[in-house]
Design a protein around this ligand. Structure first.
Ligand SMILES: [Zn+2]
Length: 465
């Protein structure tokens, strides 16, 4: 059985090398564009991971079918369960390999390890190791220690290209839910405000003027938060009908068509309790819809150069990251400024039709390519968005913020001694503090450079949502 699984995995990986990506990455290496190369490497692993989940869905269906044929009275589904367990691991290991590959691509392009990036990733590994077991149910028994070890391994070699990490809360589009905002206050990082919240800094009118907090839904963490795949699981094929509008028969037909030779299914396969890896509908909707939901209310439609072909019009998963390098000294004062590149890439593919990969809800092997995409069209979090994950952050946003929204800084005064986020909010409420920032920026905002990639690049821009 284990042998069979290994064969499936190896076959899947062999099939996936059809990706015409080595070439793309090689060309990008020649342009010395570290951010692009890193983002493409990470997105490629997202595509590989999704294809592998698809291959394993097919293998799981075959295993269930075989068990039903072999012993209809008392079928043995242990092989199918072992395949699902492997999928649970792929959801973390695949994107983390992308994280590692992105570092290699960045370093090959002469971008060096950034101490702050490395510290940030190491800090997250420690939260996963020490706090996650109490906060989140592990998707498999050793998930949190495995995941923490993987993060530590990647960070151990030093981080040169930093992705954002996806928040375990579904709605984070509010400044008070962005931990980067609090960090910028605490460290008086006025450039952060200049690049991300300049209007807020200029026009803030007091705590009563915040938009209401959106409802916070906490979801379980079943894939790596770095380069997340945005997948979910369904307990039987019959359930898919309610989630994605496809009958179990249609889904089975697709699973059979993805197998070589095509499989004749026992119809009972659909009813067997299993763990099917599926696309999470909130992310795998049309790309324009996802982009719009990420944009400011008054920003208008996203300015795509041409219309997106229907089979590519999905949000899904993409890889956004930040690299930083010192620019050459300026001619005027010989000062060196850090240049930050923010870039994004995304796996692309389609199923026969052509139709987009998520058409049937269930994950099937579909991804053939990766491309750079405009940063503002990316749905993945960026390092700038720096959400926090530890128990103290969860306590702040779930219990302290409602008090603040109700009664302002007076209400959280007593909490500030033990909560750094509350302390930062009280600082923020002081008009003198905000004026200090505005005065500084009047003089020094040119220091706050955010650069897209140089000539030859296509995906990067300053990032500010
Ligand atoms: Zn607090």
């Amino acid at each position: 059985m284990i042998f069979l699984i290994m064969v499936v995995v190896i076959l899947a990986f062999v099939a996936l090398w059809n990706f015409d990506l080595h070439k793309i990455i090689y060309v990008k290496t020649l342009t010395r564009n570290a951010g692009d190369g890193a983002a493409l490497a990470a997105a490629r692993w997202q595509g590989v991971s999704l294809n592998l989940l698809g291959e394993l869905n097919v293998a799981q269906a075959v295993a269930i079918n075989n068990a039903l044929v072999a012993n209809p009275q008392k079928p043995d589904f242990s092989e199918a369960r072992a395949i699902a367990d492997l999928q649970a691991r792929v959801c973390f290991a695949g994107p983390m390999l992308g994280f590692a590959a992105a570092q290699q691509a960045a370093k090959n392009n002469n971008v060096y390890v950034d101490t702050n990036f490395t510290q940030e990733v190491l800090a997250h590994a420690s939260i996963v190791q020490n706090e996650y077991p109490a906060l989140y149910a592990p998707p498999y028994s050793t998930a949190w220690s495995d995941y923490a070890n993987m993060i530590n391994t990647v960070a151990g070699d030093g981080i040169a290209a930093l992705p954002g990490a996806q928040s375990p809360y579904t709605s984070m589009h509010h400044m008070l839910l962005n931990s980067a905002f609090y960090r910028a206050i605490a460290s008086q990082n006025w450039c952060w405000f200049y690049n991300n919240a300049y209007t807020l800094l200029q026009t803030y009118g007091g705590w009563q003027t915040w938009a209401p907090l959106p409802p916070l839904a906490r979801r379980s963490i079943i894939t790596s938060e770095y380069f997340p795949l945005n997948v979910t699981t369904e307990p039987s094929l019959d359930d898919l009908e309610y989630t994605f509008g496809n009958s179990a028969a249609t889904v089975l037909q697709q699973l059979g068509a993805a197998h070589n030779p095509p499989v004749q299914w026992s119809p009972a396969v659909a009813q067997v309790g299993a763990t099917w890896y599926c696309y999470e509908p909130g992310y795998w909707t049309t790309w324009d819809a996802v982009i719009q939901s990420n944009r400011q209310a008054n920003a208008g439609p996203f300015p795509f150069i041409s219309t997106i072909r229907p089979q590519y019009n999905y949000g899904g998963a993409d890889a956004g990251l930040t690299v930083r390098a010192d620019a050459p000294p300026t001619l005027f004062n010989q000062k060196q400024y850090a240049v930050t590149w923010v870039v994004a890439a995304k796996p692309f593919g389609y199923l026969d039709g052509p139709v987009s990969p998520q058409t049937y809800g269930i994950i099937l092997p579909a991804f053939h390519d990766v491309r750079l995409i405009p940063v503002d069209a990316a749905i993945s979090p960026f390092a700038d968005d720096a959400f926090s994950y530890g128990a103290s952050w969860i306590e702040h946003i779930t219990t302290h913020l409602p008090v603040y929204m109700q009664s302002g800084p007076a209400g959280i005064q007593g909490l500030a001694a033990s909560c750094g986020y509350c302390a930062a909010l009280i600082t923020w409420e002081n008009p003198g503090f905000r004026q200090t920032g505005l005065t500084w920026l009047q003089q020094y905002s040119t220091n706050c450079i955010v650069h897209g990639p140089g000539p030859g690049g296509s995906g990067g821009t300053s990032h500010g949502h």
